[in-house]
Design a protein around this ligand. Structure first.
Ligand SMILES: *Cc1c(COP(=O)(O)O)cnc(C)c1O
Length: 458
């Protein structure tokens, strides 16, 4: 029994001395705080976040099994850069990108080059930088200007490509999406490609709709341009989602290193690689396609380690989680997991498409991601932002957002189905969508006009 009753630990918490207070937010507090109070404050504040399992906006993993949790807890202290100190973590990183290179049909997966990254954004930056550097070397060798590099891609690219162009002074040549050409498909490519084009980006799993860009057709259009003009323009495939879906669900689709023009491919291991946030992969078709001068030999960690990365320190645990999953699932397990997600996506798109209010933009048959729009003329009382708000009040996070140029006047709503959204849970979502749509359709007056924030999660 404590002698001073003030210090008896009673429930509820926050009744003890010093606890009936506001936590310091933008400056350090003067004194210490009891650890359980500090813990509880942080723990409670993030309860105000959305529920990650019901977050159908994100592509990023929100569920892993208990073995993965255990491994994560055992390895969250590993720094990926300490390759000399943690040689087995470094070796496991190597196993993983070799496995990925093999999945993507690298002609010689054992001798090519790749690395882990913090996600697709860093992986795309490295792919883009390799293009820029190769182009600069070739232009300088030919005595030509390196002033005005450009990169050709769809206007529906993920924002990381706009960042790449902005941060590294490359002109972004955006091919607009239209009703006839909902993605980059090789049409009119000759109007965009010239001697200053460092490469073309093809997206396997467009963020806005989930559809695959036909890499083979894009490559054929570039073959034709080369035959006519001599310009040899390489492709980087942004397979942030599709890179870990297509090998399992569409094994006959030719989009990867089977196409010679594809120099590099990136993916987010934390999307359909099924790992918690913080991991991506990038692999080159062969070693010679990555300029030597992008690889740094670092000696000060002990040993002499080649590194290729934008970051220095970075968590290593996710790499171990990826290898755990590769071992645990094997090819057949990955296929089953992705197939289950696709089955749920198709079930949901069928249910939503059957509602007269909605017209599907895609159905989830590429990656398990699909989008829909309001059927023209269905209502003038509400829009998809209102439906998104109604669903949010029930816990479901289903974003509505405008399409990119030239379809920016069109609003779509999107669902990303990931491992962990069971068919049963999905049936609850379908019920919620039906009920909330019925509610909105029964309105006697239009919803008040307001400026909606974009709920778009990239
Ligand atoms: C998510 C995504 C990215 C960015 O990936 P991060 O892993 O979040 O950095 C890039 N491209 C596409 C097509 C994406 O879907």
């Amino acid at each position: 029994m404590a002698t001073n009753p003030e210090f008896i630990q009673v429930n509820p918490l926050f009744a003890r001395p010093g606890e009936v207070t506001l936590a310091p937010r933008y400056q350090l507090g003067e004194d210490q705080m009891a650890p359980d109070t500090a813990y509880q404050i942080v723990h409670d504040e993030i309860k105000l976040d959305g529920n990650s399992r019901l977050n159908l906006a994100t592509f990023v993993g929100t569920w892993m099994d208990d073995h993965a949790r255990r491994l994560y807890a055992e390895s969250f202290d590993k720094n990926m850069i300490d390759k000399d100190e943690y040689p087995q973590t470094a070796a496991i990183e190597d196993y993983c990108w070799h496995i990925v290179a093999d999945l993507w049909h690298a002609p010689e997966p054992r001798s090519t080059i790749g690395t882990s990254t913090i996600g697709s954004s860093e992986a795309c930056m490295l792919g883009g930088l390799a293009f820029k550097r190769r182009w600069q070397h070739a232009r300088r060798a030919a005595g030509l200007s390196t002033e005005k590099p450009n990169l050709v891609m769809s206007s529906a690219v993920q924002v990381c490509w706009e960042k790449f162009c902005n941060y590294w002074d490359v002109e972004a040549r955006l091919v607009p999406v239209t009703d006839e050409h909902p993605c980059l498909d090789g049409h009119d490519l000759a109007d965009y490609v010239d001697e200053n084009t460092i490469g073309v980006v093809a997206i396997m799993g467009v963020t806005y709709t989930g559809i695959y860009e036909p890499v083979q057709e894009i490559a054929a259009a570039l073959d034709e341009i080369q035959a006519r003009t001599g310009l040899d323009v390489p492709i980087h495939v942004d397979g942030a989602s599709g890179g870990m879906v297509a090998p399992f669900l569409q094994p006959d689709l030719v989009w990867d290193f089977r196409l010679e023009r594809v120099h590099s491919i990136s993916t987010s291991a934390h999307k359909y690689g099924l790992v918690y946030p913080g991991l991506g992969w990038v692999v080159w078709r062969s070693r010679d396609l990555l300029p030597e001068d992008m690889v740094f030999e670092v000696s000060y960690l002990g040993g002499n380690m080649p590194t290729l990365a934008l970051n220095f320190s970075r968590p290593g645990a996710q790499v171990l989680l990826q290898y755990y999953l590769f071992l645990r699932l094997g090819f057949d397990g990955f296929r089953k997991v992705q197939q289950a997600s696709q089955d749920v996506a198709m079930y949901l798109s069928k249910g939503i498409g059957a509602n007269d209010a909605f017209t599907l933009v895609s159905d989830g048959s590429d990656i398990p991601v699909f989008a829909w729009q309001l059927t023209a003329g269905h209502t003038d009382k509400w829009n998809l932002h209102h439906l998104s708000d109604r669903l949010r009040a029930r816990g479901w996070l289903v974003p509505a957002y405008p399409m990119p140029d030239n379809l920016a006047d069109r609003t779509v709503q999107r669902i990303v189905v990931r491992n962990g959204l069971s068919l049963d849970l999905a049936s609850r979502l379908l019920t919620a969508i039906t009920e909330e749509t019925d509610y909105l359709d029964r309105l006697e007056a239009p919803m008040p006009a307001e400026k909606h924030h974009s709920g778009f999660a990239h």
